[in-house]
Design a protein around this ligand. Structure first.
Ligand code: NZQ
Ligand code: ZN
Length: 388
């Protein structure tokens, strides 16, 4: 294992009725001014808003609402939220939604306490914010990203066309009630779950060959994600499968799989830049890019891919190279089985996806050093062109 320091900052309340059971007690530890932040309004339709707003009222909190956080949240939206949080002397930000709402709120919490522009600090100067952020709590309504249990936030700066990861404090607490996710559209359920699979795969395919318990945990998370996604293909409302996926989502991005090892995440870098240039859905973008990306990667990590093929997909081929290829093919078949997009043109982006646009996506993609292979911008362009 590589050396590591591991500390767990987020307290998780999991299960049916978790907000009703715990939220008022949790709130008593924070000041009276709460920023209640959410997205485009799904929580108003499914009763989650009524329940959470009711608990805030009963707890005597003064609530300021911050609404309209979009998928792939923008830097402008962060600035708007930070201004509101500052003007209203917010003591706690409560993010109610999926990865987009939670990520936006993470940076709002950090930006509200400083006069410095955090995009400039983090993304231009590669510094770390110094202020003490406003505490954040998350109520998850869409699982997949694992955003509720980590300190990263993915923000799109439309002016410079960069969708990048910013540093933030992880939520102090997270409420994970699978019932809150039951109204998610089928495609979002599956693309969210595929995002979870992607996180576990990207971590596992980091350059790390020593025997490592984190690899074994990652493989178990992948297997469980696939099994539960298959259950949902038969019955999208299966509560047990939804609960398992809510927890594998958190497990795949709460740092536990990364302990003692290097991680890859190049496929995420490519998809994030695709997101900077288009409005594509994160999990669906990953579904399109992953098989092509792995076809370019596997020769640099044949034994690792062979183990993935045998453990996750049950492939019995004894030759490592053939097993590795079969694993990638089975992954591609699974994506089709889930009716997830397999081509970029199926992403229904409002911006037309052309070779010129893909060149810009490739050229602006962050190249990470910890995969089995260091990709070039030209190879990323080739991968994207295979997906068109
Ligand atoms: O905005 P509303 O009306 O709430 O609708 C949302 C949105 O349209 C809807 N939704 C959420 N909960 C619902 C619901 N609809 C019905 N019933 C519910 N219970 O779902 C849509 C998608 O929501 P969004 O939050 O955008 O999806 P997701 O959770 O997939 O988050 C995607 C964002 O997270 C980032 C992605 O890049 C993307 O920006 N990621 C964050 C990560 C992290 N912080 O660790 C890691 C990931 O790799 C990822 O990059
Ligand atoms: Zn992801």
């Amino acid at each position: 294992m590589e050396n590591f320091v591991y500390e767990y900052p987020t307290k998780v309340y999991f299960g049916k009725g978790a907000a009703r059971q715990h939220l008022s007690n949790i709130l008593s530890a924070y000041g009276s001014n709460v920023l209640l932040a959410y997205g485009g309004g799904s929580i108003k339709k499914n009763g989650v808003y009524d329940e959470i707003a009711g608990i805030l009222k009963e707890s005597g909190k003064t609530v300021t609402e911050f609404t309209g956080i979009m998928s792939n949240p923008t830097w402008e939206k962060v600035r708007e939220g930070a201004k509101l949080a500052r003007e209203n002397k917010i003591d706690l930000v409560l993010a109610v939604g999926g990865g987009s709402v939670i990520d936006c709120c993470k940076i709002i919490c950090a930006q509200a306490v400083t006069d410095e522009d955090l995009w400039e600090v983090e993304m231009v100067r590669h510094g770390i914010p110094t202020g003490k952020p406003i505490p954040l709590g998350a109520v998850v309504t869409a699982s997949g990203t694992g955003a509720e249990m980590n300190g990263g936030a993915v923000i799109t700066n439309e002016a410079v066309k960069i969708k990048g990861g910013m540093y933030a404090a992880a939520p102090r607490f997270a409420i994970l009630d699978p019932d809150y996710t039951m109204t998610l559209p089928r495609m979002q359920v599956l693309s969210g779950a595929f995002d979870t699979l992607s996180h576990a795969m990207e971590t596992y395919f980091g350059r790390s060959d020593r025997d490592n318990v984190s690899d074994e945990v990652a493989l178990a998370v992948m297997r469980s994600t696939v099994v539960n996604m298959r259950t949902l293909l038969r019955d999208i409302n299966d509560y047990t499968a939804r609960s398992n996926l809510m927890w594998t989502s958190a497990m795949a991005e709460n740092g536990i799989l990364k302990v003692g090892r290097l991680t890859d995440f190049e496929c995420h870098q490519i998809e994030h830049q695709l997101g900077a240039y288009t409005d594509c859905n994160h999990g669906q973008g990953l579904a399109v890019i992953h098989p092509a990306y792995y076809r370019h990667l596997y020769k640099s990590a044949v034994p690792k891919f062979a183990k993935f093929a045998r453990t996750v997909w049950g492939i019995s081929e004894v030759d490592d190279e053939k097993a590795a290829q079969a694993g990638i093919q089975t992954l591609a078949g699974f994506i089709q089985e889930c009716s997830l997009p397999t081509k970029l043109l199926q992403l229904r982006s409002k911006t037309e996806i052309t070779p010129e646009l893909l060149r810009q996506v490739a050229d602006s993609t962050n190249l990470l050093p910890n995969g089995y292979k260091l990709f070039t911008h030209d190879e990323i362009y080739e991968i994207l062109m295979e997906c068109i």
